[in-house]
Design a protein around this ligand. Structure first.
Ligand SMILES: [Zn+2]
Length: 318
């Protein structure tokens, strides 16, 4: 699809230009209005241009020269920093509502349910501070062959992504604040989404083991959402979640008690710390692994005693 066709499609289905044109401006009399900067970054991202520097290059003499024209990457940074995130979040929710009305957020395997996955990811890290909102941690690393400890700055976001679709559809993101853990951040994001989209928009939330804790589960249920969370850490890849949700839904919401027993016997858990998440997200499920996952440990709202409703922020006890 050419960019021209892509944009014509966005306008026809979503009134995209009009919505973007209505985004409020956070700066005083800027040289490049916010909708233009937004479009440059949006189109750059849609074309999978990986950095603002490269989008700048495409605007100067590349595929975006005619469409956007020259904007420096400093202008991108300055403009992006000074907009309030709420209108952009609301724009994303408008698009999601249209997608739901058009019936594309559910699929046969999800039995007509709209399923969203929540997960936290680290999006950048640096030993030079990048902004006032950076999180920080001490990290041992080698500099010219010598091991030393330095403060590393980084950001983490929690994303909610619709996964009951042929391809994942991002719903919204929220930055973790310094000192804020992933689970409270995810809860705040889900609340914002339910505020914007209404209580009946999402049917089911899936996530990895850190979400399987009583306070979070209670809050998710108070938002009117069904849920399915894995029991074990290290199984949080989207593929695994899909396999789990698919298996779960295909079985019509019942659980194999034998696999539950296995789960209890084999559960181990290490302490999890913000920013130190074990990275095993590249494992390909493959036939046997998927089969294994389907038998493996996850819990849902309908399981009896799925979660010990204590205030202890830990997953299910042994
Ligand atoms: Zn920063």
């Amino acid at each position: 699809m050419s960019r021209h066709h892509f944009e014509a499609y966005l306008d026809k289905v979503f009134d995209f230009s009009q919505r973007v044109g209505a985004l409020p401006e956070g700066r005083h009399s800027p040289a490049h209005p916010w909708p233009k900067v937004f479009e440059a970054v949006f189109l750059g991202a849609a074309m999978q241009i990986p950095s603002l520097l490269q989008i700048e290059a495409e605007c100067r003499r590349g595929v975006l020269t005619k469409r956007i024209g020259h904007i420096s990457d400093d202008t991108f940074g300055y403009a992006l920093q000074r907009q309030s995130p709420e209108p952009v979040f609301a724009l994303g929710c408008d698009i999601a509502r249209r997608l739901k009305r058009n019936g594309v957020l559910r699929s046969e395997w999800s039995r007509g349910l709209v399923v969203a996955a929540v997960d936290g990811i680290e999006i950048c890290s640096s030993f030079a501070r990048c902004c006032d909102a950076c999180m920080q941690r001490e990290v041992q690393h080698k500099v010219r062959g010598e091991l030393r400890t330095d403060i590393q700055y980084y950001h983490r976001i929690v994303a909610a992504v619709i996964v009951s679709t042929p391809f994942p559809v991002p719903l919204g993101i929220r930055f973790q604040k310094d000192g804020e853990a992933e689970v409270p951040c995810a809860l705040a994001l889900l609340r914002d989404l339910v505020d914007q989209l209404g209580r009946r928009f999402l049917d089911l939330v899936v996530g990895d083991a850190i979400y399987l804790q009583a306070p979070f589960v209670k809050e998710v249920e108070a938002l009117g959402l069904d849920w399915a969370f894995t029991l074990k850490e290290n199984q949080g890849s989207r593929t695994a979640l899909l396999a789990l949700a698919r298996g779960r839904l295909a079985r019509g919401g019942t659980c194999d008690p034998r696999s539950e027993n296995r789960a209890h016997g084999s559960q181990t858990r290490g302490h999890r710390q913000s920013g130190r998440r074990p990275r095993q997200e590249n494992q390909e499920p493959g036939g046997s692994r998927e089969h294994e996952l389907l038998r493996h440990e996850f819990r849902t709202r309908r399981d009896p005693a799925a979660v010990h409703l204590s205030t202890e922020p830990q997953p299910v006890a042994h």
